[in-house]
Structure formats: C-alpha cells, structure tokens
Design a protein around this ligand. Structure first.
Ligand SMILES: [Cu+2]
Length: 153
C-alpha cells in the first residue's frame, strides 16, 4: 500500500495546478491594493494673461501753471501708456523731475509715453511754470495666479 495521498502522479499535478490557479487569482484580486487608478493629470491653474493698464490721455491746454495740464494730477498705473495731447499752438517739452525726458509735443500732436514706476512730478522746459504730477500709487495691484489656484496681490 502506498502512502501517497494521491492516487497517481496525474492527480497530484491537478492539485498543484488548482493551487497555482487560486494563488494567481488571489494575486490579481489583491494587486494594487484593489484601488483604482486615475490617469487624469492634475488640473493646472489657468494663468491669466496680464492686462495692460488703461491708457491715459493728458491734455496740454495752456502754458502756465498746473492748469496747463488736464487732468492734473494724472492718475495712471505703472506700465500705462500716457498720451500727451497738445491742444495749444506752441511746442512743449515735457520732462519728468527725475530727469526722464518725455519729449517734444508739437501743436495739435499727441506724444505717447509709457509710465515706468509710480510716476512723479513733471514740467515743461519751454514754459517753466508748467508743472504737473503723475500719481501711479493709486493704481490697484495686478493680481497674479498662485500655485494654489488663488491670486496673490
Ligand atoms: Cu510748455
């Protein structure tokens, strides 16, 4: 009498095959912890293109005093285009008090300049009493998107 619990070699192989199949099924069912995988990529915050500050027109309406410019003071954000429109009949030479030259503005002409920084006082070298100021400090800050989807100010 044989001690082999299996009747023959064929039965033993069948039992081994079943065990292997069960182990395989267990491995599949437990694979990856049973969790589901997401193939979607994280949402990237949409960056807003920075808007150009509104252009401002400064009318040159006289040759004396602060009333020669309208409006005065000028409200403009940094980076804004400032259009110097000469409505008088004479040439004006506009210079920032910090030395930045805006340039000549011919009668009836408009000279565009770009405000860099927060502004400051300006004057006309052709007419020494012509003075004005650009107030860039009151411009609202430009929000920039941050990494958490909000905005930094
Ligand atoms: Cu002038």
């Amino acid at each position: 009498m044989k001690l082999n619990p299996f009747k023959d070699e064929q039965t033993a192989l069948a039992v081994i095959a079943i065990i292997l199949a069960v182990v395989a099924l267990w491995a599949i069912s437990c694979g990856g912890g049973g969790g589901s995988y997401s193939t979607s990529t994280p949402t990237t915050p949409t960056s807003t293109t920075s808007s150009t500050p509104a252009a401002v027109t400064v009318n040159i309406v006289g040759t004396t005093g602060s009333a020669a410019f309208s409006p005065n003071p000028v409200q403009a954000a940094s980076g804004a285009t400032i259009a110097w429109k000469n409505t008088t009949g004479v040439v004006h030479h506009i210079v920032m008090d910090n030395g930045t030259v805006i340039g000549d503005v011919n009668p009836g002409a408009t000279l565009n300049s770009t405000l860099n920084g927060s502004g400051g006082n300006f004057h006309c070298t052709n007419h020494p009493t012509m003075v004005g100021s650009i107030n860039g400090a009151s411009a609202p800050p430009t929000p920039t998107p941050n990494s958490s989807g909000g905005y930094d100010y």
